[in-house]
Structure formats: structure tokens, C-alpha cells
Design a protein around this ligand. Structure first.
Ligand code: NAD
Ligand code: UD1
Length: 338
């Protein structure tokens, strides 16, 4: 059985679906601080399969110990965490406390119960700003520009150190680029609270009429059209990457390995606007605003290692990402609040 922490969230729910489809048994632990159990109800509906759910905080060692005692867990995928970059600047202690303690508690409880395999949600944000593209796993990390980024950087260090201390432990660190889109059914998707920080959910809300226009954060970057370029990856592909990571961890030598999970292709903000307009048949009005602090001109992944070692290659293109994001947004204009 796989324990999925944060499994009710955006990436977690899509991954639970893929795990169930792949024949795995799943137990989700989530404190629902940024999600609804409705996402899991819909996962069950799509797959016709059941999963176990425990409402608990991953920093609560006693609760986690009970989960490991009750279920026969052979591996963990650790999604649980706070992820809003701006909020992490306002509330750094909450971010360090939640994101680091959850990793520490998991490692302790895994050790106590003899569980040896873990896949961790890291982020491209751990790379320093002074690398050249594409980013490969050997590129420089650190110099993070916000507490959220540091929590991912520090968690990576914690997992590496734990693997050195326990040579029977396997940890797979996945550095996600920009996850977007939704399950093609339109039943599960991204449900951000309040004003979305990220581009794709913001564009979706403009297209559906919830927000008047998009502010493009700068059009004077050294890119083809002057707007920021990122590596957007369909959440369906990303979810599948976790299955590749789980099966890799089942057969690899123990130790800590890191993989970029992206498409290797960059798209600009205006590429996204155009692709979304095409997919939705709606206008996405935008205004050019100033640059956002901490943003880089261009970020995209080197994908060779994930292809060679995990056997993972993305399948979805930008058009499909926008089509599925729109399908979810238009069917669920208020997310899981219906
Ligand atoms: P999400 O907020 O939708 O999912 C995270 C889930 O974790 C939520 O359901 C939340 O309720 C839960 N959670 C948070 N703290 C918890 C705790 N202490 N105990 C139990 N549950 C807790 O976010 P997501 O987009 O699905 O991201 C999943 C993971 O991937 C996060 O660790 C995030 O930092 C990382 N990540 C996300 C992105 C992205 O763009 N979405 C990019 C890189 C990395
Ligand atoms: C952001 C975070 C990063 C985090 C990632 C998660 C910052 C500085 N970086 O990355 O740490 O890991 O989300 O997915 O917050 N844009 C607009 N208008 C908007 C929103 C975004 O023009 O309203 C632009 C941005 O300037 C950027 C691109 O769209 O060029 C993508 O932005 P976003 O979706 O926030 O992702 P990242 O900046 O890559």
C-alpha cells in the first residue's frame, strides 16, 4: 500500500487516480488545509476503486504513527506542504515549520515501521538564478528567493542526509517545473483559494469571467516576445511520473536520486494566453504590468535523466493542457465548492 500525504490536493489527487489505475492500494493523509475530500470522492468515481483517507496533520507524529500501524505501507509519496510563494514571505515560520517538520516526522515514523521508500515533491525553484538553460540535475541549487523555496531546498538536504545515515533507504526527489491542466474528465483539477498566484489558474478564471483581465508581469525580458518563459507540464504527465518514480524505487539500489520533471520546452505568457483562447473559444484580456520580484526570464527543464533512468517522457502538449484546464474550469467555475 502507498501512503500519499497531501493526496487530496491538486497533484496528489491526480496521482492517487493513477496509482489506483495502476493497481496500487492507497491511503491518503491530508489535513485539508488547502483541499476538499470531494477531490478524493471524484477520484473514486472516475476509477470505480476505493482508497483510504485519514484526516491528520503530517507534523502530528502520534497520528502518523497510528496510520503506519493501521495500514500495511510499503512506500510513501510526500506531497503535503504549503506552497504559496508570496504567503511564505509573510508567514515564514509557518512554512518552515509545516514543510520541514512534516518531512522529519515522516522519516522518523518510516524508520520506526521499517518503511524504506519515499518520493518527495521538490521544485525547480531550488535552482539558483545564475544557471544556463536547460536546467539539469547537476545545476547549482540554493540562493532561493523566498522561504517556500528554502523549505524545498532544506527538505532535499534532510532526505539526502537521512539516506547517508541509513544505507537501506531510497528517496526519489522530483523537481517539478510548472504543473497545469486537469484530468480530461473535468472532474478533478486545481482549486486555488482566493486570487491565484500562478499563471494558468489566473488565465482560466479570466476566461470564465471571474476576473476581468490578466496582468502580464513584464514584457521586457530577453525572450522572443518579452514575456516570461516557463516549462508547463500537464498534471496527468506529472502524476504518471510518480508511478515511474515508485516503480524505480522498488528496483533501484537504495540512496537518494533527484530528477527534473518537465517537458523540456518553454512557453511564454503570451503563448499561454493564445493557446488558452484557442482551447476555450473565449477572449483572455490582458494588460502589461511591471515585473514580479524574484521572476526569471526563462526556465525550462533538461529531461534526459528522467527519460533514461525513470523511463519517463511527457505526452501532452500545450493545447491539451489548456483544453483540460478549461474543461475543469468551465465545468467547476467555483472549484469543489460547486
Ligand atoms: P496542494 O495545496 O493542492 O496540495 C497539498 C496538499 O497538502 C493539500 O491537500 C493540503 O491540504 C495538504 N497539506 C499541507 N500541509 C499538510 C500537513 N501538514 N499535513 C497534512 N496535509 C497537509 O498543492 P499541489 O499543487 O498539489 O502541490 C503538491 C506538492 O508539490 C507540494 O509539496 C508543493 O510544494 C509541490 N510543488 C507544487 C508545484 C505546483 O506548481 N503546484 C510546483 C512544485 C512543487
Ligand atoms: C512560481 C514560483 C515558484 C513555484 C512555482 C510553482 C514565484 C517567483 N515563483 O513559479 O517558486 O515553484 O510558481 O508552480 O512566485 N505571470 C503573469 N501574470 C500572473 C501570473 C504569472 O504574467 O498573474 C507570469 C510570471 O511572471 C511567469 C509565468 O507567468 O513568467 C509563470 O508564473 P507562475 O505560474 O507563477 O510560475 P513560476 O513563476 O514559474
Amino acid at each position: 500500500m502507498i501512503l500519499v500525504t497531501g493526496g487530496a490536493g491538486f497533484i496528489g489527487s491526480h496521482t492517487c487516480l493513477k496509482l489506483l489505475e495502476g493497481g496500487y492500494e492507497v491511503v491518503v493523509v491530508d489535513n485539508l488545509s488547502n483541499s476538499h475530500t470531494e477531490s478524493l470522492e471524484r477520484v473514486k468515481k472516475i476509477t470505480g476503486k476505493d482508497l483510504a483517507f485519514v484526516k491528520a496533520d503530517c507534523c502530528d507524529e502520534k497520528a502518523m504513527d497510528e496510520v503506519f500501524s493501521k495500514y500495511n505501507i510499503d512506500g510513501v509519496i510526500h506531497f503535503a506542504g504549503l506552497k504559496a510563494v508570496g504567503e511564505s514571505v509573510q508567514k515564514p515560520l509557518e512554512y518552515f515549520s509545516n514543510n520541514l517538520n512534516s518531512s522529519l516526522v515522516l522519516l522518523r515514523v518510516m524508520k520506526a515501521h521499517g518503511v524504506k521508500r519515499l518520493v518527495f515533491s521538490s521544485s525547480a525553484t531550488v535552482y539558483s538564478a545564475d544557471n544556463t538553460m536547460p536546467l539539469n540535475e547537476e545545476c547549482k541549487t540554493g540562493n532561493c528567493t523566498n522561504p517556500y523555496g528554502w523549505t524545498k531546498y532544506m527538505s532535499e538536504q534532510i532526505f539526502r542526509a537521512a539516506c547517508v545515515a541509513d544505507p537501506s533507504l531510497t528517496v526519489v526527489l522530483l523537481r517539478y517545473f510548472n504543473p497545469v491542466g486537469a484530468h480530461p474528465s473535468g472532474l478533478i483539477g486545481e482549486d486555488p483559494k482566493g486570487i491565484p498566484n500562478n499563471l494558468m489558474p489566473y488565465v482560466s478564471q479570466v476566461a470564465v469571467g471571474k476576473r476581468e483581465y490578466l496582468t502580464v508581469f513584464g514584457d521586457d525580458y530577453d525572450t522572443e516576445d518579452g514575456t516570461g518563459v516557463r516549462d508547463y507540464i500537464h498534471v496527468e504527465d506529472l502524476a504518471r511520473a510518480h508511478l515511474c518514480a515508485v516503480s524505480y524505487s522498488e528496483k533501484s539500489e537504495p540512496g537518494c536520486e533527484v530528477f527534473n520533471i518537465g517537458t523540456g520546452k518553454g512557453s511564454s505568457v503570451l503563448d499561454i494566453v493564445k493557446a488558452f483562447e484557442k482551447a476555450s473559444g473565449r477572449k483572455v484580456p490582458y494588460k502589461i504590468g511591471p515585473r514580479r520580484a524574484g521572476d526569471l526570464a526563462t526556465v525550462y527543464a533538461g529531461t534526459e535523466k528522467a527519460e533514461k533512468v525513470l523511463g519517463f517522457k511527457t505526452e501532452y502538449n500545450l493545447e491539451q493542457m489548456c483544453r483540460d484546464a478549461w474543461n475543469w474550469q468551465s465545468k467547476n467555475p467555483d472549484g469543489y465548492n460547486k
